[in-house]
Ligand binder design. Structure first.
Ligand code: F0G
Length: 459
């Protein structure tokens, strides 16, 4: 058998009908939504690539596991099964469920961050940045330079720049740096992985300065798959063993189970250190729930325990990563500028090169997102200035992020490659007619995480 993408390593037992709307409908619906796709109704979307978060299809084993949920307030059997699963994968004995990833981030921030703290990482995701800033601290993105170049084919574009990390720790020390956070894979620059060697070296630096290292593990299995396929010495290693090694270099993790947990809601944090765990439990009781459920139903912890094991299976991961690569390959063949190499959970269009005729201040990524919806009913998301830019309140000017990307996130086990081909054909069509793309102006925004609620109009 060839190594190229084969069919799905599963078949469908339940289907959810999709609805196609007319172009005229979509023009009206997107105008009513203030040209912000977060304001659309999902049933008005044909192929929903807004996010891979909470959009996975569960397996028959996960649905069956739901029936085993123990809904006891304290000491639920489902919690202990879940804890055992997480500890087996991470090696961290202390596990605290949360309602989703940002619940875990909130607790980590409340435990460890002081006003004036500095939090280095490879690239913090938006909710993480928001939690850090809400505590009066500064998030520092120290990803290596190739990580910020969409055309650079470096195999590990989420690697943290070790020299800069050491520099920050030397300057501020553990007094100002309560922890370092490595996000695997890195969502902001293309679903890119960090290498085992980079994680190991970063951990060694952190240890020298007595600063704990945490992982944002939302897409840990996809990161481990890239280590297996791209880093020498790992080709024959089970994904579970790769994950165990990776986590062994850290002191704990925060997790959005909505991604590589293969469930629709949930999160957790896990620690190697009991003192940190006890501290987290104190806050969990206020913000999340009693430490053996932390915002999750017993049945959801059961489904998550199964999902965390299924996500490590090689046939699943191989198809997953190759499906993303398939869409990326179709676009690349047609000359569409995308982030290379393709990442783990999404294909990212480079809006800067896609629509250079639209000025930066006119949200060219968002213009592309709007066109994708109007032309084909596909929902992507702008990971450019609308999400990572911000208005400088002193000057009223926009501060622009390094990258202007449009993310097409692929839900796990949800769409077929025929769907991906439809997406590719639609984007190629828009690319050929790209001179017609129109810029936007933001007419309403909030100070924090503005992309969820902001509104636009044509510029
Ligand atoms: N960390 C990363 C790397 C993420 O991508 C996300 C969420 C979170 C943390 C927060 O987790 O949603 O469970 O609270 N990312 C979603 C996305 C929203 O679309 O990429 P959460």
């Amino acid at each position: 058998m060839s190594d190229s993408i084969g069919p799905e390593p599963y078949k469908f037992k339940m289907v959810e009908p999709l609805r196609q709307t007319s172009r005229e409908d979509r023009e009206r619906l997107i105008a009513e939504a203030g040209y912000n796709v977060f304001n659309l109704r999902a049933e008005d979307v044909y192929i929903d690539l807004l996010t891979d978060s909470g959009t996975s299809t569960m397996s028959q084993f996960q649905w069956a596991a739901l029936l085993l949920g123990d809904e006891s307030y304290a000491g639920s059997r489902s919690f202990f099964r879940f804890q055992e699963t997480v500890t087996n994968i991470t090696g961290y004995p202390y596990v605290l469920p949360t309602h989703q990833g940002r619940g875990a981030e909130n607790i980590l921030a409340a435990m460890l961050i002081q006003p004036g703290s500095v939090i280095p990482g490879n690239m913090h995701f938006d909710t993480t940045r928001a939690h850090i800033k809400l505590k009066g601290a500064t998030p520092l993105d120290l990803v290596i330079a190739p990580g910020l170049d969409p055309e650079d084919c470096h195999p590990f574009k989420a690697n943290i720049d070790l020299g800069r990390l050491e520099g920050v720790l030397q300057e501020h020390g553990s007094r100002k740096v309560p922890f370092v956070l490595i996000t695997v894979t890195c969502n902001n620059n293309g679903g890119q992985p960090a290498s085992m060697e980079n994680v190991r070296s970063a951990a060694e630096i952190c240890r020298r300065y007595r600063v704990p290292l945490f992982f944002d593990a939302a897409r840990f299995a996809e990161n481990c798959y890239f280590i297996r396929t791209r880093e020498s010495g790992y080709q024959d290693r089970e994904i579970l063993r790769i994950a165990q090694e990776m986590f062994s270099y850290g002191d704990g993790c925060v997790m959005s189970s909505k991604k590589d947990g293969l469930v629709n809601i949930g999160g957790f944090m896990a620690f190697s250190d009991e003192t940190l765990y006890r501290q987290a439990c104190g806050l969990a009781v206020i913000y999340e729930g009693f430490p053996t459920y932390g915002g999750m139903a017993g049945r959801d912890m059961e489904a998550l325990s199964v999902g965390l094991q299924e996500v490590l299976e090689l046939p699943y991961l191989r198809f997953r990563i190759e499906q993303v690569a398939h869409l990326a390959g179709r676009l690349q063949e047609g000359g569409v500028p995308i982030v290379l190499p393709p990442g783990g959970h999404a294909v990212y269009l480079d809006a800067r090169r896609f629509a250079p005729h639209i000025p930066q201040r006119e949200f060219r990524g968002q213009a592309l997102v709007v066109a994708l919806y109007v032309e084909a009913g596909i929902r992507g998301v702008d990971l450019g200035p609308s999400m990572f830019g911000e208005e400088d309140t002193a000057t009223g000017h926009e501060k622009y992020p390094d990258l202007e990307l449009v993310r097409l996130a692929i839900p796990r086990r949800a769409y077929t490659n025929a769907h991906m081909d439809f997406v590719a054909d639609s984007i190629l069509e828009i690319y050929h007619n790209r001179v017609n793309l129109r810029g936007l102006k933001m007419v309403y925004q909030t100070p924090i995480l503005r992309h969820f609620t902001c509104r636009f109009d044509y510029a």
